[in-house]
Design a protein around this ligand. Structure first.
Ligand code: FMN
Length: 178
């Protein structure tokens, strides 16, 4: 811990300042930065290292707008520079239990942190487990049944600022007993 108490450890600022950013300028994000974000996603932990995730980068505005028609809370895609669809490839699962959901959440979160570190803005648009969103996204991209669209991350240069989150809630922390 840094001297002086919690919340003062500089590198962790990237976690506290990560917020859902849904408004973007029209500046395009470079392919190098997109690859850096994907690399961060691929560094996430996964169950037994099964790494069930695959990524579909979408920067075709028509496709992005199509997504907004099957996902009612994805307006941010209209302004985003690009989106990354995180999907699970069920052929890669090592275990019968649904651990892949947590794996896909971990890779999604890694990318959101990387997006913030790169001074970009992004938001997690949940797809799974809403059946209509899963079916809608599958149809747009012609995905087979063994590919499960999990989340869409919309990304761009931020056109809004939001306060950082640094709220320690004593009442939700338990030590040794509940
Ligand atoms: C699983 C999941 C699904 C989400 N789905 C959406 C979504 O469909 N549309 C959206 O605008 N935000 C979505 N969000 C973002 C949340 O609304 C946001 O994280 C929450 O309000 C907290 O705000 P913050 O990210 O700025 O801390 C989702 C977040 C998670 C973790």
């Amino acid at each position: 811990m840094p001297p002086g108490g919690i919340g003062l450890y500089d590198p962790l600022e990237y976690l506290y300042t990560r917020r859902s950013i849904r408004r973007y300028t029209n500046e395009k994000v470079s392919p190098e930065m997109i690859k850096e974000i994907l690399l961060a996603g691929m560094a996430a932990p996964s169950t037994g290292n099964q790494r069930p995730w695959e990524y579909l980068v979408v920067d075709d505005r028509e496709k992005m707008i199509e997504i907004t028609k099957v996902h009612n809370l994805s307006e941010s895609l209209k302004e985003a520079s690009f989106g990354i669809l995180v999907a699970a490839n069920l052929n890669k699962l090592k275990y019968p239990a649904d651990w892949w959901i947590q794996d896909c959440a971990a890779t999604s979160q890694n990318m959101l942190i990387a997006i913030n570190m790169l001074k970009l803005g992004g938001v997690w648009l949940g797809v799974y487990p809403y059946e209509d969103r899963v079916a809608g996204v599958r149809k747009i991209f012609g995905l087979s049944e063994d590919i499960v669209p999990f989340s869409m991350i919309s990304v761009g240069y931020p056109a809004e600022t939001r306060r950082s989150k640094k709220d320690y809630h004593e009442e939700i922390v338990h030590w040794n007993k509940w």
